[in-house]
Structure formats: C-alpha cells, structure tokens
Design a protein around this ligand. Structure first.
Ligand SMILES: [Zn+2]
Length: 507
C-alpha cells in the first residue's frame, strides 16, 4: 500500500494527467440536431392533428374500410403519409390479432403503423418515438345514461355516436411521431430510428405490448423509447397552464434504464429548447393511468412517457377532445424536444457496460422491470451479477471474467475504482465521462471527463456515499445514455393489496 504522501502525489499526478490529456469534446449545439429542431413545422403538425380528427372516433372496432372515417381510414392515411416523406423510410403494418375478451366482442385484427429509418453505423441499435392513434376504449355511452353498449341489434341513441376525435389524446403524439419521421428522414443517423403509431393503446396497451414482446423475443437492442401521449393541451381543466413545462414519467428504481433515459431527456431537451423545462416525475405514470411506454419497461427496455402537465380530464375520451381545444404551438415545442433527444441518442456512441448481463430468460418470464433485459440490466456492483458472466451488451465481447468488479475500493481500500466495458467502440468515439451525484439527488451533479480509457480511480472517494455512472462521448460531443453503478434492489414480497389507483385505465 502507498504511504499517505505517496498516495497524494499519485492522486495529484493522476489529476494532472487528466487535465492535460483528457480534454472533453466541447459541449455545443450539434448543427444536425439544430436542423432537426428547426425543421419541425407547426403548420404540418396542425394539419396532421386536424386530419386525424376528421376520421372521427378511432375506436378499434370502428370502420376498417372507409378511407375517410374510423380507425381503418386513419391507419391507412398514416401509412401513406410515412411513405410520402422519404424513400429511405421503411414503412410497414405491424399486424396482430386481438383476441375476444370482456372488452372486445370478437377476435380483431389490428395494426401498428411503423416507419424505420435505418442507421448508418450502429444499424442494430434502435431508438423509438411513439404515440397512439386510437382514441377510446369502448363504444362508451355518456356517463349516467344507463345505456349498455351492444354489438347486436339496433343501438341506443346514446350509443350510436360515441364521439371521441382524440386530438390531444393522442393525435398530438401521433402528429409528433409523423412530423419527426418527415424531418429526420431527410438526414442520416448512426443508429436506426423507429417511428411508431400504436393502435389499441386505449383497450389495454395491446399494440405496444405486441411490438415490445416481439422485440424482446428477437433480442432487439432498443436503447430508448420516447412515448408521447397527451402532448396537445396546455390548459388544465382548472384553468391553470404550464405551457413551458413537459412532464417525463419514468419507472424506477432510481437508476433503472428508464430513469437514465429520463435524465438524458431533461439534459438534451433543455439544451436545445432552453425556454422549456422538463419536470422529471419518478413514477411509472399518473395514478390509475397507463401508457405504451410501460409495455417496453415490462420487457426490460428504457422507456418514458412525455406528457403535458396541463391535462383537461373532461375532454379526454369525449366529443370535446377536438382540434379547437388543442394547442398546436405546445405540441410543436414538445415535438422539437423529442427531435433533439432522438437525434442526440441516434448520433451518440452506445453506452458503456458496467454490469454483467443476465442470461436471457424465456420470453414472457419477465415480471419485473429489470428481469431478462436484452439491454444491460443493472446488478449490484461487485457481485457475481446473476448466474454467470455472459456476453456484454450488443452481443459482443466477454464480460470480463468471473469475480471481476466494476466498482471497487481500489488498492488502498478507500478509493473509488471504476471499470467499464466498451465492446466494439465506434470509430468516432472520443472517450468517457464519469458522473457523480449524492444518493439523495435526482440529477447527476458532477462530470469528470477521463479520456479514452476503460477504468479510472478517484482517490479518497467512498463508493458507499455517492452514485457513480459513466457515459461515452463522441468527437462531436454527443453523449450516450449514462450507465449507473447500481445496487440491486431487494426482492421485496408483493403487497397483499393492490397499490392505489390500480387497475390502470389507458390514456
Ligand atoms: Zn392516450
């Protein structure tokens, strides 16, 4: 062990080396990301929201073959629009059968509409932006009418017009997805970007569940899902407005993949839209409510919900969720924020690996948020991290051998010794930055650029007292998501009673 004096000298020389050799790529606005942000057109978004409104109620059992009315018309129109933006967009229907259930009187074929912009370098890594184009869960009758929906025989007067034009919920999110597909398909990105208009969100997240399960089965490396649901209103039912704020909901625990994505969203969205503030809500979603991001979280992926703080509950799923009651400027601002985050992620290197990946389980076996994740699942630093040291994320490289520690106390026993894996680094990789925060802080507080190394020791820093993370940065300054050195949660027993607000309605 080094004497205290020698340790001090060593520490000082280590810091000098860092300051001399490890100059971080400058944090500046990336011109390509700025082009994406500036390319978003309020007029185009308005036209899309109006057009989706014109299809009327987009219920999953509404008209399938009418080009101007019902869910079928909307679906085909979205498909054709995607097609028209660029020949580089690979547009398809992701079709599945929704089985007869209490909510659905017959087996029904449904389709998500998907547009893929292939990446140029990391083609097999994906970032996704989504919204849902259905607008209501059932042939709902007005509250208190006593009328029962039926699919046999003549319908009651109350039942014949379950008007739900669904402009804020969720033509607004769909318009954001479509506008970003239009703008971003004019440029090239390292990773593959997927633009999805989901169906059947309102019935029970069926479209997104179908997509996320298949993605997991195929071991699709999805880095992030930005799900936009209700980004079209900026005045609450009580008259308050917070139209320069955006809520981002993320499932825990505190260093889950979704939390990393939420923090990234705040950092990048506020950098490119400084007039806007991202309010991070460290919850899955609003009480008793749900959304398509959760389908991805269930499969182990990082996914967040972007939504207005100014909801008008009276309008949702009703005849008054109209274009006239929507705020196009707000939707456009949120679309620009999405564009900045998506573009930054799609240009950035992949995140370093700081845990061994758990061996894949059989699809469907996952019940928690981190189980059987195809992306690196956080495990306790210094533990064996599951049953074996498996392949690292991205399917490349070994995880560093049994017993190797990613976060340790160093030779002295009192240092923070960090190690990470970076299989197949990108040609434009500049290096790595270590980020640090207090265990009670929501956001990263310090950033130390350490250059192109895969281990670094911070002398006299207790690994017990702070949270560490590491991110990759390319030569243009685009940062990856942060990989946090997480402590695995205890497997607490299930509560005997369901949590407040369950089961969730989907909106
Ligand atoms: Zn919704």
């Amino acid at each position: 062990m080094l004497s205290p004096t020698r340790r001090l000298i060593f520490a000082a020389s280590a810091y000098c080396a860092v300051s001399i050799f490890a100059q971080p790529p400058m944090t500046r606005l990336n011109p390509l990301i700025t082009k994406v942000v500036e390319g978003v057109s309020e007029e185009r978004i308005a036209a899309t929201m109006k057009k989706l409104e014109s299809f009327g109620t987009r219920y999953v059992l509404s008209e399938k073959n009418n080009p101007t009315h019902g869910i079928g018309g909307a679906q085909h129109w979205i498909f054709d629009e995607f097609k028209s933006y660029s020949p580089r967009l690979q547009v398809s229907y992701d079709t599945f059968t929704l089985k007869k259930s209490q909510r659905i009187p017959e087996d029904t074929e449904l389709s998500n509409v998907v547009a893929v912009l292939p990446g140029t370098i990391n083609k097999d890594r994906y970032v996704i932006v989504s919204g849902h184009y259905d607008s209501i869960a059932s042939r709902r009758t007005p509250a208190g009418s006593g009328a029962q929906p039926s699919d046999e025989g003549p319908r009651s007067a109350a039942e014949t017009d379950p008007s739900a034009p669904g402009v804020a919920d969720d033509a607004s999110g769909t318009a954001a997805v479509m506008e970003l597909a239009r703008v971003m398909s004019q440029y090239e990105f390292d990773k593959t970007i997927v633009f999805i208009a989901f169906t059947s969100e309102e019935i029970g997240l069926n479209g997104s569940t179908n997509y996320a399960k298949k993605a997991h089965e195929q071991n699709m490396q999805i880095e992030a899902v930005l799900n936009n649901d209700i980004i079209g209103s900026d005045v609450s039912g009580d008259g308050l407005s917070a139209n320069n704020h955006l809520r981002v909901f993320s499932e825990g625990p505190e260093d889950s993949p979704s939390r990393a994505l939420a923090r990234y969203t705040k950092e990048i969205a506020e950098r490119y839209l400084p007039s806007m503030t991202v309010d991070l809500i460290f919850r899955r979603d609003r009480f008793g409510r749900g959304g398509d991001h959760t389908s991805f979280v269930r499969e182990g992926y990082a996914a967040v919900r972007l939504t207005t703080p100014s909801e008008n509950y009276a309008n949702q799923h009703s005849a008054t969720d109209t274009f006239a009651n929507a705020s196009v400027p707000y939707t456009a601002r949120v679309t620009r924020m999405n564009g900045a985050v998506l573009a930054s992620l799609a240009l950035a290197p992949k995140a370093p690996v700081v845990s061994r990946v758990r061996p894949p389980q059989a699809p469907g076996a996952a019940t928690g948020t981190t189980a059987s994740a195809p992306v690196p699942a956080p495990v306790a630093a210094g533990t064996t991290g599951g049953r074996q040291g498996g392949a690292a994320a991205g399917g490349a490289g070994a995880a560093g051998g049994r017993g190797a520690q990613f976060l340790a106390r160093g030779k002295s026993g009192y240092d923070a010794a960090l190690r990470w894996l970076a299989p197949n680094p990108e040609a434009d990789l500049a290096g790595y930055a270590i980020v640090i925060r207090s265990t009670t802080a929501a956001l990263w507080e310090r950033e130390i650029y350490v250059g192109n190394v895969t281990e670094f020791t911070l002398p006299d820093v207790s690994i017990d007292d702070v949270v560490f993370g590491v991110k990759a940065i390319d030569k243009d300054g685009n940062p990856s998501l942060v990989s946090a050195y997480d402590q695995a949660p205890l497997n607490l027993p299930q509560a005997a009673t369901p949590p407040v607000g369950q089961p969730a309605r989907q909106q």
